[in-house]
Ligand binder design. Structure first.
Ligand SMILES: [Fe+2]
Ligand SMILES: [Fe+2]
Length: 151
């Protein structure tokens, strides 16, 4: 397992978790949402701190633009996560807000898999793709735990 395969697996897991949130209700819905919020925050931070810098230093032009776009999409996701989190579940707009979050996240994960990962595969040596996994997971867990304490 290397860091790029790991990212794809996590995306698949997150997509299932989004569906589970949509289908849940009450306290369970809230718990699932908070867990997804913290997990994806950790995932984005790990990508930005561990993986993107390594790719950025090896690319320019359109490929660099793709990495920069990934980071901007993370910001959009964070914004919408905070919007949903601040809204009471009883509010009639909660589902609509989650739906927008779902669109932002799914668009991002699909684009990351179709555009970013092929670039990373091309420029990062195979050994590095494997070595980065440990640090990726470490940063993810730390950042997830930090956010969980605040939510
Ligand atoms: Fe990402
Ligand atoms: Fe990702």
């Amino acid at each position: 397992m290397n860091v790029l395969e790991h990212i794809k697996e996590e995306h698949t897991k997150y997509k299932k978790q989004i569906t589970a949130i949509e289908e849940a209700s009450g306290k369970k819905k809230q718990e699932l949402f908070v867990d997804l919020y913290a997990s994806i925050h950790g995932h984005h931070e790990a990508e930005e701190k561990v993986l993107f810098p390594k790719v950025k230093e090896k690319v320019d032009g359109e490929d660099k633009e793709v990495v920069l776009e990934m980071e901007e999409e993370h910001s959009l996701g964070s914004y919408q996560f905070s919007v949903v989190h601040k809204t009471f579940l009883e509010n009639e707009t909660w589902d609509a807000k989650l739906s927008v979050l779902k669109e932002v996240l799914e668009h991002h994960m699909d684009e990351e898999e179709k555009e970013f990962i092929p670039i990373a595969k091309k420029v990062l040596p195979k050994e590095m793709q494997e070595e980065l996994l440990e640090e990726f997971e470490k940063v993810l867990e730390e950042e997830k735990a930090t956010l969980l304490k605040k939510l």
